[in-house]
Ligand binder design. Structure first.
Ligand SMILES: Nc1ncnc2c1ncn2[C@@H]1O[C@H](COP(=O)(O)OP(=O)(O)O)[C@@H](O)[C@H]1O
Ligand SMILES: [Mg+2]
Length: 275
């Protein structure tokens, strides 16, 4: 379980121009959950994500990963063994000369034996559909495949929690679809807990739970269905509204009543058929 208690974070607190980024954030994430995080640019999503694997540590409050406090420097390695992170830009995360060696890099640093490393790397390569690319130099691959290489690398580390910070935002539409597909497959297995930052509402809809951030605070924490029925709040935060609730609210204004819990295209079609 991840437990965040009353977390505050300020960049450059001692400077003339301190930047408050997180205010009174409290949050628990259970094992096996698939939690999405949305919010405008600058709302604090990345800052929050970086607290989960101790890239940043709280100005005030605490972050506990399975009870391990990220604040203590001697816990850093234990935290990183539990929480992996995939960023927006795969270019900054790839370091080795072949796909296979890149995926092996993380587990090699964990001090586990060769056989176990090879097993994990094989499994990750297979899961990410990278078998035919394993001897390629990563820089030859498309950006979508590069992102799959970074995900495979995190999987091979065997971390229990994986934070994805807008992993599809730099990819073309096919890349977005393919990378999100592999993440959904991971979710099906429920072996990892997924914390997924995105601005794509169709991705949010697939999560179990959605956290909405604004100005460094959590403003909503609910199922995506419930969140997307709060159109006013979403619009006031300048967030996208998924297409179906948007159409429904227009139809409602014209006297055609579609319930707010109708979110997916299939639900919408079924509802129209019954009118
Ligand atoms: N390295 C940094 N130095 C100073 N301020 C930062 C830095 N990174 C982010 N911020 C500020 O912290 C706030 C939250 O940013 P961020 O966590 O990146 O938001 P998001 O990921 O939701 O776009 C913003 O006001 C941003 O300007
Ligand atoms: Mg960000």
């Amino acid at each position: 379980m991840i437990k965040i208690n009353d977390l505050y974070f300020t960049y450059y607190p001692e400077s003339e121009n301190p930047q408050k980024a997180l205010t009174a954030v409290s949050l628990s994430i259970k094992e096996g959950e698939f939690v999405s995080i949305i919010g405008q640019n600058g709302s604090g999503k990345t800052t929050l994500a970086k607290h989960l694997n101790a890239i940043l540590t709280p100005t005030k409050g605490s972050v506990l990963i399975d009870g391990i406090n990220t604040r203590n420097k001697e816990n850093l390695w234990d935290v990183r063994k539990k929480v992996g992170m995939v960023f927006q830009n795969p270019e900054n995360q790839i370091i080795c000369s072949t796909v296979r060696s890149d995926i092996s890099f993380g587990p090699e640093n964990l001090g586990i034996n060769r056989v176990e490393i090879e097993n994990r790397v094989d499994k990750s390569i297979e899961l990410m559909g990278l078998s035919k690319y394993q001897d390629y130099p990563p820089h030859m691959l498309s950006i979508g495949l590069k992102q799959k290489v970074t995900i495979a690398g995190v999987l091979a580390m065997g971390t229990k929690y994986i934070i994805f910070d807008e992993p599809t935002s730099m990819l073309d539409s096919l890349g977005k679809k393919e990378v999100f597909e592999v993440i959904l497959n991971l979710r099906k297995k429920r072996e990892v807990t997924i914390i997924y930052i995105t601005h794509l509402m169709e991705e949010v809809l697939k999560s179990d739970r959605t956290i909405v951030m604004s100005e460094g605070k959590i403003v909503l924490d609910d199922s995506p269905k419930k969140i997307f029925s709060k159109l006013k709040i979403l619009r006031s935060l300048s967030l996208d509204v998924p297409i179906i609730p948007d159409i429904s609210s227009r139809l409602n204004k014209r006297g055609i009543s579609i319930p707010s819990q109708i979110i997916t295209t299939q639900e919408f079609v079924n509802c129209l058929k019954q009118l």
